[in-house]
Design a protein around this ligand. Structure first.
Ligand SMILES: Cc1ncc(COP(=O)(O)O)c(C=O)c1O
Length: 391
């Protein structure tokens, strides 16, 4: 953490310089550095065209697409040709699961987990509806919000075709040992299908080291524009028949799963976000900074009467995303009290993680997302806000 200068990082975000934003809702979508905003604006000025022309404006579009593929390759440590861009993670997950579904038959099995965002579950429920495949759910240890690996393993058999799991839970912050789950999936001949949407904002992604067959994420969670990003192992993507129009390209293999005209200005912004990420070392020194602040927040939450942390009680095995329920108050009321103090934080009865909502559904819960641009003063401000709200 030494040498990490959070003030210098924040100076790159005009939104964080205005002085009116204490932002704890990064799990819903991060703030955007000025360089990303500028890249989007420049693309809209200089590359407002489509692919295929020999004029400069069209050639710039081709360059933007090539740069974005290269940036995705760097960000994921992936073959750039195996990258798929799309509207968001949810749309990509529906599209890729539909492509796989063409080869599924009744009785094939898909394993999901109770930690999952529903974008990792509903696509498989729809596949099951259409094909007769069966969806099984691996459980958790409810006291700590940790994936029950023994239960996951017990769900696997020779009919398992996919193990789809969330690497880091966007509601309670639990981190799953993704490489271990991928190895378990492979040991049963199943595909390892990772939802890295929350994890990618906190830890380095390396599809090769993980052993991912498919990995999805969303650049707007890590300082990029609203966009979806997926990786598919080339042999896997090549084996699937995509839903595509005939004149659209067949190479690189990832592009077969991209439908229609891509949002070129957002691809330009994505490349700038990856550059930003590398420059500030957000998944390294920035993450260490956020984890240290997470400890400060945890210590403060422990002192708060009437607040209950859902999930892992220490910084071990988690990212700095915290879910808090309240004894005798609706979480929405507490969120409103924070908003009145200029602190942006969200309350929900699920945060789209339906497998966890029973742990706190009665009065909802408040989510506090700490990120590499959070400051110690902001942690203290949110704790003061909670103390006042619960008094
Ligand atoms: C863990 C996780 N998976 C999937 C999604 C869905 O992402 P998108 O909004 O890009 O469809 C989210 C969004 O919050 C998420 O946090």
């Amino acid at each position: 953490m030494s040498g990490y200068d959070v003030a210098a990082v924040r100076a790159r975000f005009a939104a964080l310089q205005r002085g009116d934003l204490t932002f704890f809702d990064t799990p819903g979508g991060s703030q955007v550095p000025d360089s990303v905003r500028a890249a989007v604006a420049t693309a809209m000025r200089d590359a407002a065209a489509n692919l295929g022309g020999t004029f400069a404006t069209s050639e710039r579009v081709a360059q933007i697409v090539a740069d974005a593929r290269a940036a995705a390759g760097r960000f994921l440590n992936a073959d750039r040709g195996a990258v798929v861009f799309g509207q968001n993670m949810t749309s990509l997950n529906f599209a890729l699961s539909r492509a796989l579904a063409r080869d599924l038959k009744a009785g094939d099995e898909i394993v999901v987990t109770r930690l999952d965002h529903d974008a990792s579950v509903s696509p498989w429920l729809e596949v099951a509806h259409d094909t007769g495949a069966v969806v099984r759910t691996a459980g958790i240890d409810e006291a700590t919000g940790t994936l029950d690996l023994a239960d996951l393993e017990a769900q696997l058999n020779d009919r398992t075709r996919v193990v789809a799991f969330t690497w880091a839970a966007n509601s309670i912050g639990t981190l799953v040992d993704a490489a271990q789950v991928c190895a378990l999936a492979h040991s049963h001949g199943a595909l390892a299908w990772i939802d890295a949407t929350h994890a990618a904002a906190h830890v380095p992604v390396d599809v090769e080291a993980l052993g991912a067959d498919v990995l999805t994420c969303s650049p707007y969670k890590f300082c990029g524009p609203h966009l979806g990003l997926a990786y598919g192992r080339p042999e896997v993507l090549e084996a699937w028949r995509p839903y595509k129009v005939r004149p659209a390209p067949d190479a690189p293999v990832g592009s077969r799963f991209e439908t229609g005209t891509q949002p070129y200005e957002q691809l330009a912004g994505f490349t700038a976000a990856v550059d930003y990420w590398h420059e500030v070392d957000a998944a390294g020194a920035g993450h260490a900074h956020a984890m240290a602040l997470g400890q400060r927040l945890l210590d403060g939450l422990r002192e708060l009467d009437g607040a209950r942390l859902i999930g892992r009680p220490t910084m071990e095995g988690r990212v700095p995303t915290f879910l808090v329920a309240f004894e005798d108050r609706d979480a929405a009321t507490v969120a409103d009290a924070l908003v009145a103090r200029g602190i942006a934080a969200s309350a929900s009865d699920s945060f789209y993680c339906l497998g966890l909502k029973d742990l706190y559904a009665r009065r909802g819960a408040l989510r506090l997302g700490v990120f590499h641009y959070t400051t110690a003063d902001e942690i203290d401000a949110v704790l003061a806000g909670l103390t006042a709200a619960l008094a």
